[in-house]
Ligand binder design. Structure first.
Ligand SMILES: [Zn+2]
Length: 139
């Protein structure tokens, strides 16, 4: 939770966007669900705390959050579904056999922004080296 909040703050600072209670609610709904959600199910859940929220507001916030890289969108059965951004994703690549292994890696985006002033919008991290098997074969 803390990680995406610091990312969100970074984005607000960068784009001078207002972090509304509604976008915070939508982000919480998405991040508290392991499953992907449709806009209408997000709308139903958001109405529990914001009875006056409109479906248009939900769509607008989903678009902003997606553009900010905080959530991802894909289609399931012809319907758009939304899920949390896999912030922890990185890949190990072997330069000998070119195998790719996903690994969990947490980066503190807020801290990186504070230290460098760089606004981070997305990442694609590959750690290149030699896998266990190739290492054994080479030595
Ligand atoms: Zn290898």
């Amino acid at each position: 939770m803390v990680l995406y909040q610091s990312v969100m703050i970074t984005i607000i600072m960068a784009e001078r966007k207002r972090w509304s209670k509604q976008s915070r609610t939508i982000l919480d709904i998405i991040y508290n669900n392991e499953e992907s959600l449709t806009a209408s199910s997000i709308y139903d859940l958001a109405r529990e705390t914001h009875p006056n929220i409109s479906l248009g507001t939900v769509y607008r916030n989903l678009r902003d959050l997606r553009e900010a890289g905080l959530i991802r969108e894909t289609t399931s059965g012809g319907v758009s579904v939304y899920f949390k951004h896999p912030f922890h994703n990185a890949h190990l690549e072997c330069e000998v056999c070119h195998s790719v292994i996903p690994v969990d890696l947490m980066l503190d985006i807020g801290d990186i922004h504070r230290r460098t002033g760089h606004t981070i919008k997305r990442w694609d991290l590959k750690l290149i080296g030699t896998c266990e098997e190739c290492e054994r074969r080479c030595t």
